[in-house]
Design a protein around this ligand. Structure first.
Ligand code: 13P
Length: 256
């Protein structure tokens, strides 16, 4: 499986950044050992899709309904029409800022799948849970309640493990802790979805930078990275993508 490096621009970016990405990232994308997905604010999906044809683009959220009286929200079909193939769902910033529950995230995953988008479902513990030894319980609980039963039918979604305390902080878990959590997530996915659960890419996110990317991406069960701040700097994003593990010879690359 090719690793997947996803850039989450959050509420950042501009037409100028789209142009910069087109100039600096686009030409090098084909030679990277991984697949790329760029997730800009919704207003930049169409320009980015136009400027970087062939690069996967994702939204950062969608509503669970296909349309209706939901001022300020965006439907999965609208993201798709704008040029997106993916959507981040259940990011901890959405869970915190907009009170999104696991049930809400699960409904959004269903809407995304129905529109043909690949959902990127985020889970992660806060610092108090980690310190109390409850990280596994929190993450596996979110995972169980945020994924619908049909998560592996047709469009196979992705899971991103993002410890909240590592986001934007410059701190990341030890390699052993990342490997242990990814192993626990893999075991839960297999237990629930059988062999199909083995094919779900599990990405790590939280302060992934050029300096730590190679070590993180070499860990077992790490299928790629979800990158925030460093995805806004073309050189840093390319350096992280360049650190991805090339797929083993003879294995079929699986696009995200
Ligand atoms: P940072 O890479 O800025 O820590 O953000 C991670 C993240 O939240 C990506 O979704």
């Amino acid at each position: 499986m090719r690793q997947i490096i996803i850039g989450n621009w959050k509420m950042n970016g501009s037409r100028a950044l789209v142009d910069e990405m087109a100039r600096e990232v686009y030409a090098r994308a084909a030679s990277l050992p991984c697949d790329l997905v760029l997730c800009p604010p919704a207003t930049l999906i169409a320009p980015l899709a136009q400027a970087l044809p062939g690069i996967a683009i994702g939204g950062q959220d969608c509503h669970e309904r296909v349309s209706g009286a939901h001022t300020g929200d965006i439907a999965a079909g609208m993201l798709r029409e704008a040029g997106a193939s993916h959507v981040i769902l259940g990011h901890s910033e959405r869970r915190a800022d907009h009170g999104e529950s696991d049930a809400k995230v699960r409904a959004k995953v269903g809407a995304a799948r129905a529109a043909g988008l690949t959902p990127i479902v985020c889970v992660g513990e806060d610092e108090a849970a980690r310190q109390a030894g409850r990280a596994d319980a929190v993450v596996l609980g979110q995972l169980a309640a945020s994924l619908p039963e049909d998560f592996t039918a047709g469009v196979v979604g992705l899971v991103a493990y993002e410890p909240i305390w590592a986001i934007g902080s410059g701190r990341i878990p030890s390699e052993a802790d990342i490997a242990a959590m990814h192993g626990a997530i893999r075991a839960a996915l297999r237990a629930r979805f059988g062999a199909a659960g083995g094919a779900i890419a599990i990405l790590y996110g939280g302060s992934v930078k050029p300096a730590n990317a190679a070590a993180v991406l070499a860990l077992p069960e790490v299928g790629g990275a979800l990158v925030g701040g460093a995805s806004l700097v073309p050189g840093d994003f390319l350096a992280i993508a360049g650190a991805a593990m090339a797929p083993a010879l003879g294995r079929t690359p699986v696009a995200g």
